[in-house]
Ligand binder design. Structure first.
Ligand SMILES: [Zn+2]
Ligand SMILES: [Zn+2]
Length: 266
C-alpha cells in the first residue's frame, strides 16, 4: 500500500492534512473554510466527497470549521472526535446531521481501527482546549508497517507523552510553534505570551527539536514542522533548531497559505 501525505496548510489560521492510500483518503483536522478545503483538495485532485473520514485533534477555530463540517455531513464522511469536543461543536448543524447519519465516531484513550489497515493511538496533550490529542497512525503496508506521528498543538509537558512513540516512527509531523526569544519580545499582551510559553500553550522550536533529538531512531525518514507562528517564528530559525539535533535527516516545513510538503511513500 503506497501512502501519500499532503500537508494542505498549518498555522494559527488553519490546519488540514490529507492522507491517502489507494483504498481511502482522510483528513487530519478541518481548520480551513469550506472554500479553502475544497480548493486545496482540488489541487490534490480530489474533493470532500471522496473522503472516507476526518479526525480532529481539538476544537480551536484553526482546527475545525463549521462550514466544512456541514459539507462532511452532506457528503457522508465519518468524523472521528472526542465526546468532550461536543461542548463546542455539538450544536453545529453539520455535526447534528453527522450524528443523525451515525457518522460521528468518538475516540477514547485506547487505540482503534479508523479505516482498513489504519490503527490510531490517540496521545493526550496539555494544550488548552478540551481533550486535545496528537495521533500515532500505524499503517499496514503489505508485510510492513509505517508509523506516522502527528502532534500539532501540544504544550510542553506533552513531550513526555509523545516521546515514547518517536523511536518507532517513520515520519513525524510536530509543532515548531515559536522561537522563545521572539515570543518574549513580541510586544504581545503578557497574558498571551504567558499562554503560548506556558505548559498548556504551544511547543517552541527548541522544545520540539530537543524532543526529536532525544528520541529519534534510525527508522525515522523525515520530520515535518507544523504550526509555525507568523509573528514569533521564522522558517530559518525553526529549520536551524531542527537541523542542530537531527543532522542530515530531511526536515520539511509547512506554511499557512502554501500547500506542502507532499510526501509519497512507495
Ligand atoms: Zn492550532
Ligand atoms: Zn489549539
Amino acid at each position: 500500500m503506497a501512502l501519500k501525505f499532503s500537508f494542505l496548510g498549518s498555522g494559527s489560521r488553519g490546519n488540514c492534512t490529507l492522507v491517502e492510500s489507494d483504498q481511502w483518503k482522510f483528513l487530519i483536522d478541518l481548520g480551513f473554510s469550506l472554500r479553502q478545503t475544497s480548493e486545496t483538495l482540488r489541487y490534490c485532485q480530489t474533493g470532500i466527497e471522496n473522503l472516507s473520514a476526518a479526525i480532529i485533534t481539538h476544537t480551536h477555530d484553526d482546527h475545525i470549521k463549521k462550514s466544512t463540517v456541514k459539507r462532511l455531513a452532506s457528503s457522508n464522511v465519518t468524523l472521528f472526535c472526542r465526546n468532550e469536543h461536543e461542548s463546542r461543536i455539538g450544536n453545529w448543524e453539520g455535526f447534528k446531521l453527522l450524528r443523525e447519519k451515525h457518522l460521528v465516531r468518538p475516540y477514547a484513550d485506547n487505540s482503534f481501527e479508523m479505516l482498513p489497515g489504519v490503527t490510531v493511538q490517540p496521545i493526550a496533550v496539555s494544550h488548552d482546549s478540551p481533550a486535545t490529542h496528537g495521533f500515532v497512525f500505524d499503517f499496514k503496508t503489505g508485510n510492513s508497517q509505517f508509523r506516522f506521528v502527528y502532534a500539532a498543538d501540544c504544550g510542553f509537558p506533552s513531550t513526555d507523552a509523545i516521546s515514547k512513540f518517536i523511536p518507532d516512527a517513520d515520519l513525524v509531523a510536530l509543532e515548531f510553534n515559536h522561537d522563545e526569544e521572539m515570543e518574549r519580545r513580541s510586544g504581545r499582551p503578557w497574558f498571551l505570551i504567558n499562554r503560548v510559553l506556558g505548559p498548556q500553550g504551544h511547543l517552541s522550536n527548541r522544545s520540539a527539536a530537543n524532543l526529536l533529538g532525544k528520541t529519534k531512531s534510525k527508522k525515522l525518514r523525515g520530520v515535518v514542522q507544523l504550526h509555525l507562528s507568523r509573528d514569533c517564528n521564522r522558517p530559518d530559525l525553526a529549520m536551524t533548531e531542527a537541523q542542530n539535533t537531527l543532522g542530515s535527516l530531511p526536515v520539511h516545513q509547512t506554511a499557512q497559505d502554501t500547500i506542502g510538503p507532499i510526501i509519497n511513500i512507495a
